[in-house]
Design a protein around this ligand. Structure first.
Ligand code: GSH
Length: 199
C-alpha cells in the first residue's frame, strides 16, 4: 500500500492521477499547507525540503520506501507498473518522456516562479509564458490522439493538470486540437478520481 502525502496542488494531483492510472492501492494523507504542516517534524521526516508530494511505499518484508519530487514519484510508479505512464518500447518511450518534460520543466518552471513574485506585471508575464508553451504543445497532437503519441501517458497527466488551473487564459478557438484533447482526457476515470483524491 502506498501513502500519498499532499494537498490539492498541481504537483500532488499529477501523482494522484498517475496512481489511479497504474491501479496500485493507495491512501491519501492530507498535509495542511496553510497551517505549515509541511514544515512540521512528521512531514520533514519524509521530505526535509518541507514540500509535497511525498510517498511512502510499504512493501511487506521491505523497509518503507520514502520518495519526494512529483516527477521522480511518477517515474518510480512507471517502473513498478511498466507500460502505463510511459510506453515500454525505446523510441515511443523517449518521445513520451520528451513531451512529459515539455510540461514539467518548460511550463511548470515559469508557473512555479510566478508564485514567488509580488509584482503583478511580472507575474502575469510568467503566466503568459507558461500558457504560450503549453499551447505550443498542440503540435504534438498532429496525427496523434495523445500528447505522448498513440497512447495516454504521464505527458497528458502533466499537461491536463496545468491547463485545469489556467483554462480561462487559453484561447480555445485558436487551439481546436488542444480543446478536443483536453475534453477527452479530463473526462477519463483516472483523471476524475485523481483530481478528487484530496477532497
Ligand atoms: N519540484 C517539486 C515541487 C514541490 C513543491 O514546490 N510543492 C509545493 C506544493 S505544489 C509545496 O510543497 N509548497 C509548500 C511550501 O513550499 O511551503 C515537485 O515536483 O514535487
Amino acid at each position: 500500500m502506498i501513502e500519498l502525502h499532499g494537498e490539492r496542488t498541481g504537483n500532488c494531483l499529477r501523482v494522484a492521477i498517475a496512481l489511479e492510472a497504474v491501479g496500485l492501492p493507495y491512501t491519501v494523507k492530507l498535509v495542511d499547507l496553510r497551517s505549515g504542516e509541511q514544515r512540521g517534524p512528521d512531514h520533514l521526516a519524509l521530505n526535509p525540503a518541507g514540500k509535497v508530494p511525498a510517498i511512502v511505499d510499504r512493501v511487506p518484508g521491505e523497509e518503507p520506501f520514502v520518495l519526494s519530487q512529483s516527477n521522480a514519484i511518477i517515474m518510480y510508479l512507471d517502473q513498478k507498473v511498466p507500460g502505463i505512464l510511459f510506453p515500454v518500447a525505446l523510441r515511443p518511450r523517449a518521445i513520451a518522456i520528451e513531451r512529459f518534460f515539455h510540461f514539467v520543466t518548460d511550463v511548470i518552471g515559469p508557473e512555479m516562479a510566478q508564485y514567488r513574485i509580488r509584482d503583478q506585471e511580472s507575474r502575469q508575464a510568467l503566466i503568459r509564458l507558461a500558457i504560450e508553451i503549453v499551447v505550443d504543445a498542440e503540435r504534438y497532437l498532429e496525427g496523434f490522439p495523445f500528447m505522448g503519441g498513440d497512447s495516454l501517458s504521464a505527458a497528458d497527466d502533466a499537461a491536463a493538470v496545468f491547463i485545469l488551473s489556467y483554462q480561462r487564459h487559453v484561447d480555445w478557438d485558436a487551439a481546436p486540437k488542444l480543446a478536443d484533447w483536453f475534453q477527452r482526457v479530463v473526462g477519463r476515470r483516472e483523471f476524475e478520481r485523481g483530481l478528487t483524491a484530496f477532497d
